[in-house]
Design a protein around this ligand. Structure first.
Ligand code: ADP
Ligand code: MG
Length: 272
């Protein structure tokens, strides 16, 4: 089994003999992020000076009513969209400053994106879909890419579907294939926008469990979800309302900086 493109020196600057290292305290650091959409109907502010820091190994659920800015927030972190004002830092990369090409390469290496409707390419087999990000980033030789894709498909329990077309798979299987694709380049961050939104509850639970396993393996996950039961199983819940962070709950006992209590959050959810 081929389990990965191992990264160099990402986790620690241990006893550095490299002099001063620019090290960011947080894996993800959003500073005053505002997003204004301009359209024929006028301008609309979808995010209002958002400050959000996420550390490595966190599993963050982003919740809130439809239209509250959840997808916009995720798109800031993946670089799918850009802030109108403010800064998006991922480790030492100023994501908001990257040009289109730089963004695509950076995302390919650093963020695995999972969507509600899977977005597998229908003309490619499952394994070809999983190999695509490796092809794009030019990682490894062809044979290694294939071995790694098979390894990832085994990880998501889909090895037996590798050479089928996505349309022959169930929704849950397609989402697991999409997660394998998101893991292809061993990114530090997985960003998932309602990944269980199109799945039945049992399948949603399976996909969620897979995310939990990835967090155990040191991935950092941001997941938009409407599922309150799943949102209760993460390490932190961030509630958005009208483009603002309305509350945050840390679910770990050693949590820091809680700015809303569980009762307050329950109130938010109840009002939503
Ligand atoms: P959520 O994911 O929480 O449902 P979104 O982040 O998709 O919310 O959208 C937040 C707000 O921004 C919504 O009111 C939406 O209509 C608006 N919006 C999103 N994308 C665009 C766009 N491309 N142009 C104009 N308005 C947009
Ligand atoms: Mg959305």
């Amino acid at each position: 089994m081929y389990n990965g493109w191992k990264r160099r020196g990402r986790r620690n600057h241990n006893g550095s003999d490299h002099g001063t290292t620019v090290s960011c305290e947080h894996l993800i650091d959003l500073r005053g992020v505002t997003k204004v959409y301009e359209s024929a109907a006028g301008s609309f502010t979808a995010l209002k000076e958002i400050d959000l820091r996420v550390d490595r190994g966190e599993f963050v659920a982003v919740v809130g009513k439809s239209g509250s800015g959840k997808s916009t927030l995720i798109n800031m972190i993946t670089g799918i969209d850009r802030p109108t004002e403010g800064e998006v830092w991922v480790e030492e990369t100023a994501v908001h400053t990257l040009n289109e090409d730089g963004m695509a390469v950076w995302r390919g290496r650093n963020v695995g994106v999972v969507f509600q409707f899977f977005q597998l390419l229908p003309m490619l087999t499952v394994i070809e879909n999983v190999m695509l990000p490796m092809d794009f980033c030019g990682l490894g030789a062809m044979r290694e890419r294939k071995e790694r894709a098979l390894y990832l498909l085994e990880l998501v329990d889909l090895a037996d579907q590798a050479f089928k077309l996505p349309s022959t798979l169930s929704g849950g299987q397609q989402q697991r294939a999409a997660i394998a694709r998101a893991l292809a380049n061993d990114p530090a961050i997985i960003a998932a926008d309602e990944p269980t939104g199109n799945l039945d509850s049992k399948t949603a639970d399976d996909v969620f469990t897979l995310f939990e396993e990835l967090v155990d393996q040191d991935k950092t996950i941001l997941m938009v979800t409407h599922d309150r039961e799943l949102a209760g199983r993460v390490t932190r819940t961030v509630t958005l309302a009208d483009g603002l962070i309305a509350g945050q709950v840390h679910h770990e006992t050693n949590a820091h900086e809680p700015i809303a209590t569980v009762a307050e959050l329950a109130g938010e959810v109840a009002r939503a």
